[in-house]
Design a protein around this ligand. Structure first.
Ligand code: GAP
Length: 453
């Protein structure tokens, strides 16, 4: 039986991530850098599987969406026009007692007074805006004229390329432009592992439409996105939809939903789905003087499209996948004694390694040769791991702990030594149920591809 979600402290998850090579602290040997993380050999596979599946569902499987890949550095004028230079800030407070810098919404309300969450001090400065964009200089001179910022969202590249993409793709409304990529925010307090980082990745779609379609498409995209999370193994029972109230919504948005997930540290946002009206395109029209509009061939009228934006965080979703997958159950060891098994129950579609291949014994040449042949057959279709060291039960456990959904064992029956009818068959073990079935080697690739895609 798997343990309940609430009983999984984050420490166990963070420790597994380091131990098994999912996520490391950035610059660890120098003491780290707050808010920056490196993905190890398994983490990078998980992240790629997520981004590739998002791209497949949002771009390849649709007629009405095309992709792009914008630069991280953009003209400063973009950030002036979008409003980020003036208003992309969080209210910051200093605690005069312990000198902590805090986001105002992290202060603790005790009776009538606000307190510092670190030291309980009540001697706090007034909140003042702290701009979250990382400033940088382009070129050899560091003065006002060379300032720009690392992008704090990927979306603006889509808005400023709207006309180019519209012209070359010849799409009719409604249609979307999708993009994944890095974004940077100088968060006052990065926290909860990778959840709030200073460098992270986004997966954003800007779906352009007519004004009258905006509210309906907002609901449509909410449903599409909820289905996406289910299809990567995050159950609806751990997802929540928050209708963002008027006072919390950006002033230009006519409707926003937050898709939230029950992380071990609380319910937190994974993705925002927002109806942003025509605000962004209008801002860039005003600032650049260029016509970012749409010509309707039926009515022969020009107008500026509205936009619905599902904007998801890659790192947050990876963290949700890891939290959702983590579980402990009981399984028999080599001698049949029950022991605790850590198992990452990743959806096969997301699992970093899809299939492990084991020769039963490493000192039997024929078993090893057959297992390596199977690796060669599977490798063009999926990420495969070959392991010949240690008892077979231990090898299964190692794969359970990294969430490999399938294990193939080459044994003496594969060689036809016991029963010629079983020659060129292997056992296929399923991670969650630990059930084993006998499969012909010739059928293996087809069966596995169907289960992981
Ligand atoms: N273009 C809209 C936009 O950027 P947002 O709600 O600020 O909207 C979208 O960000 C998503 O990006 C969030 O739902 C979250 O998943 C991710 N995100 C934002 N800030 C983040 C941070 N500091 N660390 C990790 N992910 C972050």
């Amino acid at each position: 039986m798997s343990a309940s979600k609430d009983s999984q402290p984050m420490e166990k998850i963070v420790s597994l991530c380091k131990r098994r090579g999912f996520i490391f602290q950035s610059s660890e040997i120098y003491g780290g850098l707050n808010g920056a993380w490196d993905y190890g050999p398994l983490g990078v596979e998980l992240k790629r599987n997520l981004k590739n599946y998002w791209w497949r569902v949002m771009v390849h499987e649709r007629d009405d969406v095309v992709g792009m890949d914008g630069a991280i550095l953009m003209n400063r004028a973009v950030w002036k026009a979008s409003g980020h230079e003036d208003t992309f800030s969080d209210p910051m407070v200093d605690c005069r007692t312990c000198k902590a810098r805090l986001r105002a919404d992290q202060l603790v309300q005790k009776k009538d007074a606000l307190q510092c969450p670190n030291c309980g001090g009540k001697d706090l400065t007034e909140p003042r805006p702290f701009n979250l964009m990382f400033k940088t200089y382009v070129g050899a001179t560091e003065d006002e004229s060379s300032i720009t910022y690392l992008r704090p969202e990927t979306a603006q590249a889509i808005f400023v390329q709207f006309k180019n993409v519209l012209e070359i793709s010849r799409k009719k409304l409604p249609f979307g432009i999708a993009q994944t990529g890095k974004a940077f925010r100088n968060e006052i307090n990065p926290r909860n592992f990778t959840f709030r980082s200073r460098e992270f990745e986004q997966m954003e779609l800007e779906y352009f439409c007519r004004a009258e379609e905006g509210m309906k498409l907002l609901d449509y995209w909410l449903e599409e996105r909820l289905t996406f999370y289910e299809n990567i193994g995050i159950g609806r029972d751990h997802l929540h939809v928050k209708t963002v109230p008027d006072e919390e919504r950006a002033f230009y948005s006519k409707g926003t939903y937050d898709i939230e997930y029950d992380f071990p540290f609380g319910r937190q946002e994974l993705e925002g789905v927002a109806y942003r009206t025509d605000y962004d395109l209008q801002q860039h029209i005003k600032a650049s003087g260029k016509l970012l509009d749409y010509f309707d061939e039926e009515t022969k009228k020009r107008f500026v499209p509205h936009v619905v934006e599902p904007s998801a965080g890659v790192d947050r979703t990876v963290l949700a996948l890891i939290c959702e997958a983590y579980s402990e159950d009981e399984a028999p060891d080599e001698k049949g004694k029950m022991e605790t098994r850590i198992v990452m129950r990743f959806h096969p579609r997301m699992a970093p390694v899809k299939c492990a291949v084991f020769p039963l014994l490493k000192n039997k040449e024929q078993l090893v040769a057959k297992a390596k042949e199977i690796v060669d057959v599977l490798r063009p279709h999926m990420n495969v791991f070959y392991d010949e060291s240690g008892a077979i039960g231990r090898r299964y456990r190692r794969q359970d702990e990294i969430g490999t959904p399938f294990g193939v064992t080459v044994d003496f029956e594969t060689l036809g030594e016991k029963d010629p009818a079983l020659r060129d068959t292997v056992t296929l073990r399923e991670r969650d149920s630990m059930k084993q079935e006998r499969i012909a080697i010739n059928d293996l690739a087809g069966i596995l591809v169907a289960r992981i895609s």
